[in-house]
Design a protein around this ligand. Structure first.
Ligand SMILES: [Zn+2]
Length: 367
């Protein structure tokens, strides 16, 4: 062996290590560009928004802190929103359209101290999607309670149970929830909450201490009851079960792992009562609707829910269900929050803070 051999070997190693990292970094950057990921510049959003003025400046009003327990975070990559829109989704903004920095700033101005945020993780780019979630946590520690959202109803993009398990194992503590698991989309084929796949998901939720956000379809109240019984240690946070409204209280009495968030169901951001022709309102239509009917919609929400909330003061939470691009418009957003605060202000004072944020905080204990 020549004397120079070790020197050459060492030089190669010295060269290869940085080359490896540079290569990886470049690949990551290029992939990010191709997929349409959030750039550093966007994530560095400079917060200059000011709180929106109240428009309905009369009556009882809650002014304390809020936790929004239902927000669909813009998807990590533009490619996912392109696929979803091709599939028939009305809208699905990506983080390049609405940055996490902007959302964080907007919510700060609205007095929202924490947000249950749903992050879609499609199988084909799961690693990148999970990295995006990690970046959000790094940038805004503790501000977003991160939920692993399956790309329903695009079931072909759903990660296999083993893949989800691996993600949870490799990223302990990154996710605090699973969902939204929605079973009543009006595009594609809906899954069922008791499909074997979802039973696996609830088991994973149990093992990883995750809250499950569930949106059953009409007629699936009984399925939810069976799940509450089968997974007594999993906290299920349900929403939008209009046909089951009268039974929710009874279900809560029987199962202390059931929570319920009131969001789009009371302020109709996806449409008043029904979504016409598979299409929700536009921004202008919604603003006109909520401004023209603020008091009557508030009255309706209180008529339907005040009593049951006050009878179960530890189980209900407030949320917005913001998802589409225009939902994050400061004018719309501000009105949705104003409506929520007016709604809370009309609850029994002993219940207001619990509904506004304390129940959400309690759900996160022992996480
Ligand atoms: Zn939902």
């Amino acid at each position: 062996m020549k004397k120079s051999t070790p020197i050459i070997a060492v030089s190669i190693i010295v060269f290869l290590i940085p080359a490896y990292f540079i290569f990886n970094y470049t690949v990551e950057k290029v992939t990010n560009q191709i997929l349409g990921g959030e750039t550093k510049e966007l994530a560095e959003y400079e917060c200059k928004l000011t709180p929106k003025q109240r428009e309905f400046n009369k009556g009882l009003y809650y002014t304390g802190p809020l936790i929004d327990t239902h927000v669909h975070m813009p998807v990590a990559f533009k490619i996912i929103s392109t696929i979803a829109m091709k599939f028939g989704f009305e809208d699905m903004p990506a983080a390049v359209d609405i940055s996490t920095g902007y959302i964080n700033c907007l919510f700060d101005t609205e007095g929202i101290k924490k947000t249950f945020g749903f992050f879609i993780v499609p199988n084909i780019i799961s690693r990148h999607a999970v990295n995006h979630v990690k970046n959000v946590e790094e940038k805004y520690p503790g501000k977003f309670v991160k939920f692993f959202m399956p790309p329903l109803p695009l079931q072909t993009l759903n990660p296999k149970s083993s893949q989800v398990k691996k993600i949870f194992n490799n990223n302990p503590g990154l996710f605090q929830g699973y969902g939204e698991a929605r079973f009543d989309f009006n595009v594609g084929t809906n899954a069922h909450p008791e499909d074997e796949y979802f039973l696996d998901m609830y088991t994973l939720a149990d093992e990883n201490n995750l809250i499950v956000q569930i949106h059953p379809d009409k007629g699936q109240g009984e399925a939810l009851r069976r799940l509450l019984e089968k997974y007594p240690h999993v906290k299920f946070l349900a929403h939008v079960m209009p046909d089951y409204k009268n039974e929710i209280g009874t279900l809560m009495d029987a199962h202390d792992n059931l929570y319920y968030s009131l969001d789009a169901e009371i302020h109709y951001i996806f449409g008043y009562h029904t979504i016409q022709n598979n299409r929700g309102p536009t921004k202008e239509e919604y603003l006109k609707f909520i401004r023209g009917n603020f008091d009557s919609v508030l009255k309706e929400g209180l008529r339907d829910w005040k009593q049951i909330i006050e009878a179960h003061p530890d189980r209900f939470t407030w949320g917005s269900d913001r998802w589409y691009t225009w939902h994050f418009d400061p004018e719309v957003s501000g009105l949705v929050v104003e409506f929520g605060r007016a709604f809370i202000g009309h609850l029994n004072p002993a219940v207001q803070e619990r509904f506004a944020y304390k129940n959400a905080e309690r759900m996160l204990q022992n996480q």
